[in-house]
Structures are given as C-alpha cells and as structure tokens.
Ligand binder design. Structure first.
Ligand SMILES: C[S@@+](CC[C@H](N)C(=O)[O-])C[C@H]1O[C@@H](n2cnc3c(N)ncnc32)[C@H](O)[C@@H]1O
Length: 223
C-alpha cells in the first residue's frame, strides 16, 4: 500500500508553503496526512494538461506538478484567499498555475485529466451532477476524470468524517461551502459519470485510515 509519509515530491510541495502564515502551513500539513494524495497522484497521466477543480491552497496541484514534470497542472478554486496563498507557492513551480474560478465553472480543455478532491460534498446534489457533467465534457479522448470523495461506509468512518467537516466548515470556517453537506453515494456518482459516456472504476482508499476515502476513475475512450 502506498504510504502517507511525504515522498520527495510531497516534501517539495509542502516546503513551498514554508513562508506562509502558520495557519496555512498547518492546513496543508493536515491535508497531506489526512488525504491519500500519494495514491491519487498515481491515477494521473504522467504527461499532459491536468486540471484540479477546488484546489484550495494548491497542495495536491503542486504535488502533481512536482511529481510529473511533463504535466502542466492548473488548479482552480472559488476561494480567492486560498488561491492567493497558493499562488505564492505556485510561483516556484514552472508547470503549475493556480487561479480563481467562479462557482460551477470548468476551464475549457481538452484535459488529459481533471481531478476533484474532496469538493463535491460541499455542493447540493444537483450542482455536483452539473459540475461533473461539465468536467466530463472537457476530458480529452483517452483522458480521465478522477473524483475523490468519501464513501458511504463503514458507518463509524462516515460519522467521524461528518463531525470533522462540521468543525472545519461551520465552526472554524476553514473551508467555503454550503451550510449542509451532501455525501452522494459513490455508486450514484458512478452512474452519473456512465451517463456522461465515461467508463468508471470505483476504489475504496480507506484501509488504515479513519476517513472513508473513495475514488472514482472515469475514462473517456480514445478517439
Ligand atoms: C476540503 S477543500 C479541498 C481542497 C483541495 N482539493 C485538497 O484536497 O486539499 C474543498 C475546496 O473546495 C472549494 N470549493 C467549494 N465549492 C467549490 C466550487 N463550486 N468550485 C470550486 N471549488 C469549490 C473550497 O473553496 C475549498 O478550497
């Protein structure tokens, strides 16, 4: 199993934030240790244009860029403060751009990969559906959409995750999003992506972790 300790590219990505205020440094470190970034980066193509929707401070985008110099990674988020913080770090990585995008907007592709990590649960189900359809439409032939969200089981991990998100979004206000969370069952989301013409593989990523991490890899057939 790929570990959670930062590899060389992960250490370089985290080090990009060394001059940031302590809250941002702490945030990116918590993101690293709580999300399965090392597994997720292996799901991206080794080269080509990659879009991350909802990149936050840009840690995963930076990691994807630093671990694959033939990728050109663009990260977008609705939160201008996070993008401003991330842009300082991104300035040190030639194959990385971070930019603000309006809610629901998907920059035009074609993208070799579009990746969405722990964003959709902040949106109502119909907005999740619409954002995935818009993202799928920008995936190049032979490309893929990688969607990391939380799974629907086991119950204790689902409860733990809800508690932590309530703290992060409603109490500490670290993350922008609606007042409620909508965790769509991955099997439902996979159905949406199949309706959009993609071939979907679903994988649980929660072994050895307290969060019910789950990823969908949705591939568009080559031309
Ligand atoms: C939990 S954070 C995840 C950030 C990053 N993907 C990561 O894994 O570290 C969720 C992010 O989604 C962003 N977000 C929420 N709604 C969004 C939307 N409609 N479009 C783009 N980003 C959005 C938030 O601003 C926040 O930065």
């Amino acid at each position: 199993m790929t570990g959670r300790r930062p590899d060389a590219a992960g250490r370089r990505a985290l080090a990009l934030y060394r001059d940031a205020p302590w809250q941002e440094r702490a945030h990116v470190h918590v993101r690293w240790w709580s999300a399965p970034f090392r597994r997720l980066v292996t799901l991206l193509p080794e080269a080509g244009p990659v879009l991350e929707i909802g990149c936050g401070h840009g840690l995963f985008s930076a990691y994807a860029a630093l671990s694959g110099e033939r990728r050109h990674v663009v990260g977008v988020d609705i939160d201008a403060d996070k993008i401003a913080a991330g842009a300082v770090a991104a300035a040190r990585v030639p194959n990385l751009e971070l930019t603000v995008a309006p809610d629901g907007a998907v920059p035009a592709g074609p993208w070799a990969a579009v990746v969405v990590v722990d964003v959709l649960y902040l949106l109502p189900a119909d907005a999740q559906r619409a954002l995935l359809a818009a993202a799928a439409a920008q995936v190049a032939p032979g490309g893929r959409l990688v969607v990391k969200e939380m799974g629907a089981s086991p119950a204790w991990k689902v409860r733990w995750n809800r508690w932590q998100e309530t703290l992060s979004v409603r109490v500490l206000r670290i993350t922008e999003g609606s007042a409620t969370f909508t965790f769509v069952d991955p099997s439902v989301m996979a159905g949406w992506l199949r309706e959009d013409g993609l071939t979907v593989t679903a994988t649980r990523l929660d072994a050895g972790r307290v969060h019910p991490h789950h990823v969908l890899v949705a591939e568009r057939a080559p031309a």
